[in-house]
Design a protein around this ligand. Structure first.
Ligand code: UT7
Length: 331
């Protein structure tokens, strides 16, 4: 039987490290320039954590802010989902560390490894627990400390990424608001184009894997670029179809913040004008699963989105994976 429960975002919060690293800073450590990074990606600077900060620390700050924004007590959270590819450690999960930190003693908790699409996969998963009548309040966090898995000698990757966390609280909302539809997908055949090869059971950590720099991000940028533009269009159209909506119904596109050229190409294909596309990658770079919740939190706090606006959130990333969510904003 189809659920009649509508689920929406009732609170948001984010955490961004203080330390700013500019393109000029990077040009001192690798053979690159502000001009190359800006024109190829749109990025001007990114935020990087200090050596003592891990993903769960950013998650905890973002989660506390989201709880306050939603006026929800941590003890009332039923489930915590953390989407990340930079967990504090292989296990326990980062979600369990957050559960301890915020004292959400009644919550179940798990991590999701979905690359940059992780936050939207998390939102879809959390919403379904509420729709099924199993849980009432779910905390979903997208968080990454990518700076610790970047090869700072590889100019083709280290200039692109940044650290951050964004969190939301999902709860039942008024009928007709909240998540109107979503589309999730994956293509494991293309997974090799974006990987952190070593450190798992296929290639456990050894002196050899460290010498060969296999614990860092490896990416075939050009191939990822081409797939990203295609898939952002197709998943958006799928979500629109499921919501029985047209492209003209979308007030704002909040895309994964990987590359300005990818976002503009996808928006052009979708015929969404630049003034309806939210971008902040110039300040933060690509924060993988944290990009969308931080962008959404910023757009909401800056008063750009208002009650009743229809938002299209769309992401692609490692796996490959993709996801889109159509949301009628109720806050
Ligand atoms: O979140 C999902 C994950 N990632 C992405 O979405 C990234 C998708 N890909 C991209 O954003 C783009 O492909 C990049 C920004 C990574 C690269 O842009 P591109 O236009 O595809 O450049 P390219 O990789 O074809 O490289 C062009 C040239 C190469 O030199 P040659 O072979 O033409 O002599 C690179 O070696 O630029 C060189 N290059 C650089 N030069 C200065 C690569 N990185 C740099 C750099 N600074 N940082």
């Amino acid at each position: 039987m189809k659920s009649t429960i509508s689920v929406g975002i009732t609170g948001m919060g984010s955490s961004i490290p203080d330390k700013v690293v500019t393109n000029d800073d990077l040009s001192k450590i690798v053979d690159t320039s502000d001009e190359w990074i800006r024109t190829r990606s749109g990025i001007r600077e990114r935020r990087i954590v200090d050596e003592n900060t891990a993903t769960s620390d950013l998650c905890t700050e973002a989660a506390k802010k989201a709880l306050i924004d939603a006026n929800v007590n941590a003890k009332d959270i039923d489930l915590i989902i953390v989407a990340t590819v930079t967990a504090d450690m292989a296990f326990p999960s980062t979600a369990c560390i957050v559960q301890k930190n915020i004292e959400a003693t009644n919550a179940a908790a798990f991590d999701m490894s979905v690359g940059c699409s992780g936050f939207l996969y998390g939102v879809a998963t959390g919403a379904n627990f509420i729709k099924a009548g199993v849980y009432k309040k779910v905390l979903v966090i997208g968080a990454e400390v990518l700076s610790k898995i970047l090869d700072w000698e590889d100019r083709s990757t280290c200039v692109l990424f940044g650290d951050g966390a964004g969190a939301c609280i999902l709860e039942e909302c008024n009928d007709g608001y909240g998540i109107l539809s979503y589309d999730l997908g994956a293509d494991g055949k293309s997974g090799h184009l974006l990987t952190q090869p070593a450190g798992g059971s296929r290639m456990p950590a050894s002196h050899k894997t460290i010498d060969e720099r296999l614990h860092y991000v490896h990416m075939e940028g050009k191939e990822v670029f081409k797939s990203a533009v295609r898939v952002m269009e197709s998943t958006s159209l799928q979500a629109l179809k499921k919501a029985n909506m047209e492209l003209e119904d979308i007030d704002f596109l909040i895309p994964h913040q990987a590359n300005e050229r990818i976002i503009k190409s996808a928006a052009k294909r979708l015929k969404i004008s630049d003034d309806r596309v939210y971008m902040n990658l110039d300040k933060y770079g690509n924060m993988s699963s944290a990009s969308i919740p931080i962008a959404l939190d910023e757009a909401y706090r800056n008063g750009l989105i208002k009650k009743g606006d229809i938002l299209l959130l769309v992401a692609f990333g490692a796996g490959f994976t993709w996801a889109s969510v159509i949301l009628k904003w109720e806050k």
